[in-house]
Design a protein around this ligand. Structure first.
Ligand SMILES: Cc1ncc(C[n+]2csc(CCOP(=O)(O)OP(=O)(O)O)c2C)c(N)n1
Length: 516
């Protein structure tokens, strides 16, 4: 058995049975091994940002890593942006990056590059496997590294001769890393802050803290102590909808965030970091909390958040408290008329099906989607934690692969969707159950606002032109159909509701362009 097959069998033994791929010559032995060994679901993506983003979406929903197959330095580099997003989201991924045969690297052939150098900033673990005798063990180490909580990026570089020479057969899986428990004094300090605080204390939730069971514990703490609950602006996966604890996100806009955080003297951090602005702006603060705010960290994102919250609930005698903030079922009436963000929110709130997975890359259009969707059927809401756009369609791809039987809804700004538009083809090819709404406002609308925010008065036509997606207009229906996805365009809210119902009713992809 050669090195490549030893690695594929190691991946399968370690529970990694999905591979998002975009291979080249140096990966041909690995491709042959994927073909020869049954058990790996392989999915071709037509750009590496689609590969890495799909692996991110897969981890967020399946809770275990997928692998990727990338072509040397340039292939990895194309995937870096969504690896950055995945790293910020705490997603575990096992990257397999092909490399020239060890003796070929020094010849500086066209595709030779510093693969480790490209990998390192977006990886927690990087290794070039220099021998076919090491590759299986290295693969097992990569799987283990990817599963360090909340999830890590492991990049294993596979030279051609490591793949084709005689290997060892598969390596045994290494033990699953456990989340470290928090020290007892953390529980005591958080309990003291909450007991003293009342309504001027906030629990800021992130990572695993925004999953259903942990949110209930937070709801009990809020009921018992009167504290506030918020999440960070972006969550890797927030469980919400009727019957779950309703929590809002810290707003993106600096002034709004300052307002929301103003009432709090102390903040208990659970899987979250002290809140800061996305960007610096002249004459605006970067730190979003009032000066002198006290931070008490209960647990960071890598720690055993469930156990920490549970211990805190016990410490405060809140085990029998009815959680505060349970969302009541509420389906807003279906609207009609001109398409606008409030109307879209009502359509979503009315129609989101049970267990849907919402991948939110709606940018400006979706800033106020939360109030009207809080009482919809229970669903998961995924945000971009790394701020690098083009995450949505790939993450929707991976989420749909992880969740057969659950409807995935991708909310896409037109500018963002163009970055990784090739994902539509993968979604069609795999017949993934994804309904895509494209908010076709024909602009980088957020950046129009940012121009004002940084203090530019009366921008001229050259600046406006750089933020406008016209000349020519993008035709989303044609693009979708060209990649095998059924699509239609709507310019009115009643038509949107009908189109969305249609999309939800088909078992497969459907794209709706909202002309705004
Ligand atoms: C990789 C990357 N390039 C550029 C940006 C800067 N950027 C942020 S939002 C945005 C435009 C988003 O446009 P769209 O998705 O249409 O949403 P809208 O602002 O119109 O609501 C751009 C270019 C970014 N965040 N990431």
């Amino acid at each position: 058995m050669n090195g490549a097959e030893s690695l594929v069998r190691t991946l399968l033994a370690g529970g990694v049975d999905v591979c998002f791929t975009n291979p080249g010559t140096s990966e041909m032995h690995f491709v042959a091994a994927l073909d020869a060994v049954p058990g790996m679901r392989c999915s071709l993506c037509l750009f590496e940002g689609g590969v890495t983003g799909a692996a991110d979406g897969y981890y967020r929903m399946a809770g275990r890593p997928a692998s990727t197959l990338l072509h040397l330095g340039p292939g990895l580099a194309n995937g870096v942006s969504n690896l950055h997003n995945a790293k910020k989201a705490g997603s575990g991924i096992v990257n397999i990056v092909g490399e020239h045969a060890t003796y070929h690297i020094e010849l500086d052939a066209p595709l030779t590059a510093d693969i480790e150098g490209i990998a390192r900033p977006v990886s927690h673990w990087v290794k070039t496997s220099l021998s076919s005798k090491d590759i299986a063990r290295d693969g097992a180490e990569a799987i283990q590294a990817a599963q360090v909580a909340p999830g890590q990026i492991a990049t294993l570089i596979l030279p051609g001769d490591t793949a084709w020479n005689e290997g060892t057969g598969p390596a045994e899986p290494l033990p699953l890393p456990e989340r470290p428990k928090v020290d007892a004094d953390r529980i005591t300090a958080a309990a003291r802050a909450l007991a003293a605080g009342g309504s001027d204390t906030l629990i800021l939730l992130g990572g695993a803290a925004v999953q259903e069971a942990n949110l209930r514990l937070a709801g009990q703490l809020a009921a018992k102590t009167g504290c506030g609950l918020l999440t960070e602006w972006a969550n890797a996966r927030l469980d919400r909808g009727a019957g779950r604890i309703e929590v809002n996100r810290i707003p993106f806009v600096v002034e709004k965030a300052l307002d929301v955080l103003k009432p709090y003297k102390r903040i208990v951090l659970v899987g979250a970091k002290p809140p800061v602005a996305f960007f610096a702006y002249p004459n605006k603060p970067s730190v979003l909390t009032p000066e002198g705010t006290e931070f008490i960290e209960l647990a960071d994102a890598s720690q055993d958040i469930a156990a920490a919250l549970d211990a805190l609930v016990q410490e405060l005698n809140a085990t029998s408290a009815e959680p505060a903030g349970i969302s009541q079922p509420n389906r807003p009436a279906l609207p009609s008329g001109t398409i606008n963000p409030e109307g879209i929110a009502a359509v979503l709130g009315h129609l989101i099906p049970e267990n849907a997975v919402i991948v939110d890359e709606s940018v400006t259009t979706g800033r106020e989607f939360f109030p009207q969707t809080a009482g919809a059927a229970p669903h998961a809401w995924l945000n971009n934690r790394g701020g690098s756009i083009g995450y949505g369609l790939p993450v929707a791809t991976g989420a749909a692969m992880a969740c057969p039987g659950q409807k995935v809804i991708a909310l896409e700004g037109d500018g963002s969707a163009m970055y990784t538009v090739q994902s539509l083809w993968t979604i069609a090819r795999e017949n993934l159950d994804v309904t895509i709404l494209v908010f076709s406002n024909r602009s980088y609308k957020i950046l129009r606002g940012e121009l004002t925010n940084v203090g530019v008065q009366n921008p001229g036509p050259r600046a406006v032109d750089m933020l406008t997606l016209n000349r020519p207009n993008l035709d989303w229906v044609s693009m979708a159909k060209g990649m095998g996805v059924e699509a239609q365009k709507v310019d009115e809210l009643g038509a949107l509701a009908k189109a969305f119902e249609k999309g939800l009713s088909v078992d497969g992809p459907y794209l709706i362009e909202l002309e705004m």
